[in-house]
Design a protein around this ligand. Structure first.
Ligand SMILES: Nc1ncnc2c1ncn2[C@@H]1O[C@H](COP(=O)(O)OP(=O)(O)OP(=O)(O)O)[C@@H](O)[C@H]1O
Ligand SMILES: [Mg+2]
Length: 351
C-alpha cells in the first residue's frame, strides 16, 4: 500500500452563511490520479484553492507529505517547498511572452537556474508551443493559454499536480494530448488531482473519482466500484406513434404486470416511482429493469408480441452514456438538498 500524500481532514470553507465546502475528508496516495467531479458550484475550485493556500479553511486541516517526509499541516509548509503545481481557473497572463512568463514562474519556484532553459524548451515542444515562445501571451488562443497554464503548473517538476479544468477551451485533439500527458505524469509516479466536467476524459485517466456535491464528498472510489452502487438499468424504447393519453394508465399497468419478473424490484423512488414511464416528448417508454441481458431479451419479446395491437417498437436501447456519466447522474441528481428529484428524459436518444 502506497503512502498517503494528501489528506483532507474535516475541511470546511464558508462564505458568509454559505458553506461551500462542508466537512470534506479525503485521502490520496502517492502516484494516484484523482478526478474531482461535481456540478457547478459544488465546491471543487474552493477545495483546490485551499490546497493551493489561496483560501484559508474555516475549519479542518490539509495534511501533505512531499519528499517522503512526514505528513505535515499545509499551514506550516512553505509553498516553495510544498512541491505542488497548480492550474486554477483560466490563466490571465498579461503582457509577457511565454518565455518570460515561464522563466518568471521557474524563478519563483526556485527551479535550478542551469536547467530552466532546457525545461522550458522541452515543455513548449511537448505542448507544441515552441514557435510561440517569444510571442506575447495575449495573442494566444484560449486553448494555447490553457496549455501554457498547464506548463506553468508542471514546470518545476512538482510531485503533486492539481489541475482545475485543464481541458476547458481545448479542441478534441488538444484534449487527447493533455490526456496523454497526464498519463506520462502518472508513469513518472506523480500524484494528480483533476477537477473536470469532462466525464469521459476523467474516467479515462483517473484511478479514483471523488464525487462532490453541495460541498460534500458523496462518493470516493474507482469508477467500477462506484458503478456497483448503481441499482438500476434503463432501457429506452421508442415507438412508431404516440400513445393515446386516455389509454395510457391501463396500458402502463398491463405492461408492469406482464414485464414484472424482469423489472427493477427495488427501484429507488428518487430515480422513479414507477418502473415504466411514458415520455410523450420523446414518443418513448423508459423501462427500469434488473440489468440482466436475458431480461432485456424477454422484455423486448413481450413488448413486441403481447403489445402488438397497442404500439410498434422502433428502437430498443440502453442509453449510451459512460459508466461514470451514469454514476454521476444517479448520485448527483439523487442527492438534492430536498432529498428528492428524478432523472429527466434528456438521455432519451436513439443512438
Ligand atoms: N469568493 C467567494 N465568495 C462567495 N462565494 C463563493 C466564493 N468562491 C466560491 N463561492 C461559492 O462557493 C460555491 C462553490 O464554488 P466553487 O467555485 O468551489 O465550485 P466548483 O465546484 O468549482 O464549480 P464549477 O464547476 O462551476 O467550477 C459556489 O456556490 C460559489 O458561488
Ligand atoms: Mg470550479
Amino acid at each position: 500500500m502506497s503512502e498517503t500524500v494528501i489528506k483532507l481532514e474535516n475541511l470546511t470553507k464558508k462564505f458568509g452563511n454559505f458553506t461551500a465546502v462542508n466537512n470534506i475528508n479525503l485521502e490520496v496516495c502517492r502516484g494516484e490520479t484523482i478526478g474531482l467531479v461535481g456540478p457547478n458550484g459544488a465546491g471543487k475550485t474552493t477545495t483546490i484553492k485551499m490546497i493551493a493556500k489561496i483560501l484559508r479553511p474555516d475549519s479542518g486541516k490539509i495534511l501533505i507529505r512531499t519528499n517522503h517526509s512526514e505528513l505535515r499541516d499545509l499551514q506550516h509548509v512553505s509553498s516553495t517547498v510544498s512541491q505542488i503545481g497548480f492550474l486554477i481557473d483560466i490563466p490571465n497572463f498579461y503582457n509577457m511572452t511565454a518565455y518570460q512568463l515561464l522563466k518568471y514562474f521557474a524563478k519563483i519556484q526556485r527551479y535550478p537556474k542551469d536547467k530552466i532553459e532546457n525545461r522550458i524548451d522541452e515543455l513548449l515542444e511537448l505542448f507544441k508551443l515552441s514557435e510561440w515562445k517569444y510571442e506575447k501571451v495575449r495573442n494566444y488562443s484560449k486553448g494555447m493559454t490553457q496549455k501554457l497554464g498547464i506548463i506553468q503548473a508542471i514546470l518545476h517538476d512538482p510531485e503533486i499536480i492539481i489541475l482545475d479544468e485543464p481541458q476547458t477551451g481545448l479542441d478534441p485533439l488538444a484534449r487527447i494530448e493533455i490526456r496523454r500527458y497526464i498519463r506520462e505524469l502518472q508513469s513518472l509516479g506523480k500524484t494528480i488531482f483533476v477537477a473536470s466536467h469532462m466525464l469521459y476524459e476523467i474516467s479515462e485517466v483517473c484511478d479514483k473519482i471523488a464525487l462532490i456535491n453541495f460541498g460534500k464528498i458523496i462518493g470516493f472510489d474507482t469508477v467500477e466500484n462506484l458503478a456497483l452502487t448503481l441499482k438500476t438499468r434503463e432501457i429506452n424504447c421508442l415507438l412508431l406513434k404516440p400513445l393515446d393519453a386516455e389509454k395510457l394508465a391501463p396500458l402502463l399497468n398491463r405492461m408492469v404486470e406482464k414485464l414484472n419478473p424482469y423489472l427493477d424490484q427495488n427501484l429507488d423512488p428518487k430515480i422513479s416511482k414507477i418502473p415504466i414511464q411514458y415520455h410523450p416528448e420523446h414518443q418513448g417508454l423508459k423501462l427500469y429493469f434488473d440489468g440482466k441481458t436475458v431480461s432485456k431479451g424477454e422484455i423486448l419479446k413481450i413488448l413486441v408480441k403481447e403489445f402488438e395491437s397497442d404500439f410498434t417498437v422502433v428502437s430498443f436501447t440502453q442509453p449510451k452514456t459512460t459508466q461514470l456519466e451514469r454514476v454521476y447522474s444517479q448520485m448527483v441528481i439523487g442527492d438534492t438538498p430536498e432529498g428528492s428529484n428524478k432523472l429527466n428524459g434528456d438521455d432519451f436518444k436513439d443512438e
